[in-house]
Design a protein. Structure first.
Length: 379
């Protein structure tokens, strides 16, 4: 019997480096120091060196990392933050958690990331009506957005730029890693991420000493001196055991990202000619890391059912944009011109299996199953 293929498989990621991970965990356990110890300090330094930034500050999860960025930049009640609706809800949740308002801007036609022209028009339309303070720029699915244009707009209109790199660790724009362009960046180490822990975890990255210090203080009750809060803070710390695991996985990140690109190339070569099915476009300046490989098609449910019958898992990232989800109806502002490109994706996206441990035979089987579905629908 042919084994089922999962859409994501964090267990496979663990098993690939099991001996190293188990050894790292044993070392951390034997140290006798379990919160904010040497493993966290070493991981922060190693990740900062890999990114090319001065500072990395561990956090409890990716949502907290965004909150720490916003708080460190002084953003709170009365402020508005520009971002997209086609994203994980955590992006918008973090903005609301600091008391700010999310203003949702459209994505580019034919892509999944923030449209710089829609951003410009929204800033011009709302600049006199709202206290716009920052842009949270999401590198969705592992593809860098147009950083040249977005960075230019943030500089022109004096807005802070926060990169949401939760799905894009290791991706590059014009040869430079994402997370090193903005004022601050947030990362998630949820187990299915390209750099995934075996539990929750996150981090803030930046090169400004003051912002890094602010994020570190806020992450632990606002302490500068132990037990003395200089400001109101929270409790969001990267776990020592997860840091030990992440140190092992960081060494494999770029090789695993290359494997993701190889798988994506096989998918695109096999599927690009299929009628009515749009494969991911990669802008020339971008090095994609394929956290997800997302198809756009009208018959999404039919393809998903066909693949399920063939023992192939799929996902939908995401079923509904944030602005139409029940918790956010009427609570978020929409950008100038509305969100037509965002709306056009509703019910039309499907994620194929994507993780580095997929075998060549499994990738071929997935491609053949999609091709078989299209042949059947065209009879």
């Amino acid at each position: 019997m042919t084994a089922d293929i999962k859409q994501v498989d964090p267990l496979a990621d663990y098993l690939e480096a099991r001996d190293e991970i188990d050894g790292a965990v044993a070392t951390a356990l034997a140290s006798g120091w379990y919160v904010l110890g040497q493993q966290v300090r070493d991981f922060e330094a190693e990740m900062a060196g890999d990114l090319g930034v001065a500072h990395v500050v561990g956090a409890g999860n990716g949502t907290d990392a965004l909150v720490l960025c916003l708080r460190a930049l002084g953003i709170g009640p009365g402020d508005s933050v520009l971002t997209v609706s086609h994203t994980a809800v955590a992006t918008v949740a973090a903005i609301e958690l600091v008391g700010a308002e999310a203003v949702l801007v459209d994505i580019e036609a034919g892509g999944f990331n923030l449209d710089p022209e829609a951003l410009r028009q929204t800033i011009l339309a709302l600049g006199g009506k709202r206290r716009l303070k920052a842009v949270v720029a999401v590198h969705l699915y592992g593809c860098p957005l147009n950083l040249e244009a977005v960075t230019g707009l943030c500089q022109e209109f004096e807005l802070a730029l926060i990169e949401d790199c939760a799905q894009a660790q290791g991706a590059r724009y014009r040869g430079q890693q994402v997370g090193s362009f903005g004022d601050m960046a947030a990362f998630s180490f949820y187990p299915t991420k390209n750099l995934g822990a075996l539990g929750d975890g996150g981090a803030v990255a930046c090169s400004d000493d003051g912002l890094a210090l602010a994020a570190r203080e806020i992450a632990q009750y606002g302490w500068r001196e132990r037990f003395i809060s200089e400001q109101a803070g929270l409790n969001s710390r990267l776990d020592e055991l997860q840091a030990a695991i992440l140190r092992v996985k960081l060494q494999r990140l770029h090789a695993n990202n290359q494997r993701r690109r190889d798988i994506a190339s096989q998918y695109t070569a096999a599927l690009a000619g299929l009628e009515g099915l749009q494969t991911p476009a990669v802008p020339e300046a971008c090095e994609h890391v394929y956290h997800q490989y997302v198809l756009v098609l009208d018959e999404k449910d039919a393809l998903a059912a066909h693949l399920k019958a063939a023992g192939i898992g799929t996902g939908v990232h995401y079923p509904q944009p944030v602005h139409v989800q029940p918790a956010y109806l009427g609570r978020v502002a929409l950008g100038a011109g509305g969100l037509p490109n965002t709306e056009a994706l509703r019910g039309r996206i499907l994620s194929l299996p994507m993780y580095p441990q997929l075998s060549a035979a499994e990738v071929a089987r997935i491609c053949e199953a999609v091709q078989d579905w299209r042949r059947q629908t065209q009879r």
